[in-house]
Design a protein around this ligand. Sequence first.
Ligand SMILES: Cc1cc2nc3c(=O)[nH]c(=O)nc-3n(C[C@H](O)[C@H](O)[C@H](O)COP(=O)(O)OP(=O)(O)OC[C@H]3O[C@@H](n4cnc5c(N)ncnc54)[C@H](O)[C@@H]3O)c2cc1C
Length: 366
Amino acid sequence: MTSLWLEEPAVPRAENRLDGPVDVAVVGGGVTGCAAALVLARAGLRVRLHEAREISSGASGRSGGFALRGGAMLYTVARRELGAKRAKQYWQLTERALDHLEELAGDALRRNGSLRVAVDEAERDELEREYAALREDGFAADLVDGPFLGGIRHPTDGSLRPGRCVRRLAALAAEAGADLREHSRVGSLEELEAENVVIATNGYTDGLVPRLGDVIVRVRGQVIATEPLSRRMFDCPHYARHGFDYWQQTDDDRLVLGGRRDTQADQEFTAEETITEPIQRELESFAAELIGAPPKITHRWAGIFGHTPDLMPLAGRVPGDDGVWVAAGYSGHGNVLGLACGELVAQAVLGRPAPELELFDPARLL
Ligand SMILES: Cc1cc2nc3c(=O)[nH]c(=O)nc-3n(C[C@H](O)[C@H](O)[C@H](O)COP(=O)(O)OP(=O)(O)OC[C@H]3O[C@@H](n4cnc5c(N)ncnc54)[C@H](O)[C@@H]3O)c2cc1C
């Protein structure tokens, strides 16, 4: 039940203790909360971050490790839903966030691209349309013929060791003076002595601000990792079937593979962070199909992420709650977006809201 990523040794970090009122309390110690704390602490604010368990113990330490540009929807869908200008602005924001992630994460990020492939003609057509739209707007992308029915190579994407990455962000935030409190579950906003509160609890957002819990639906994702394979088969993160299947090979040649939640859709809308037999069986047989023989599974895990009705995160001020901010709801696509939104909200708290923040205004759903 342990995520491969969380088995890595901890990244050493400074311990700070800030007692009494602070400028900002951040709730949640995943990529979002750590990114926000880092920006705020570097700006000289007194920041206290509360994490119920340990840094990166939520979805951030349990993901498939894909570092992708864009949002949870296809670029063509973003253009239709947001308009061409805003869709382009959205994708550009995430490309910049990827570059910034590379600076912060060190060897936790490899920019080896990603491959999104089609399993049938309809998906292939969709990807061809997405490729044309991306190229039209000047984004790097290559059309490929295989594996499966081919698809799009996104050359600026990458492969992440997410636990290592988020622990590094936390260490940088601590170095800048943030007080990072692990095993510190926040029961209600009233207990926080802070001028501003940033809610960064993504799929674990429930009782703190019930209105947020109503729009950020909790979804479970499950993953397996194999022992190192005898050969290199996949040079970058791969995903297919609209992201319901995803796999990559780590530096030490393990296959990390997740998804298949569409096969048990009803059961996977849950906050229970446990693996289940039917999905694990699905993942194992897909791994065997890819490798050509049943692999030895060494790790199995589940994580919870937050899904929103329009597949866009909520980042910004929570309407009607003075001094309360949120960055959450990445709909399974938060490794890069989490960094972007954590930073956007932090900049807004500092009184320097970036124009992109408007894309994610929580008021659209609340
Ligand atoms: C199985 C799986 C695979 C995924 N694969 C990918 C992928 O390949 N690429 C990608 O981009 N995205 C992926 N995602 C999504 C991505 O992991 C998340 O979007 C991202 O990690 C969200 O980060 P976060 O910091 O917002 O939330 P989290 O990392 O979930 O952090 C929230 C934290 O808040 C803490 N918390 C909750 N309530 C409280 C409280 N009351 N008080 C204090 N602390 C609290 C939790 O313990 C948790 O650590 C995947 C998700 C899952 C579950």
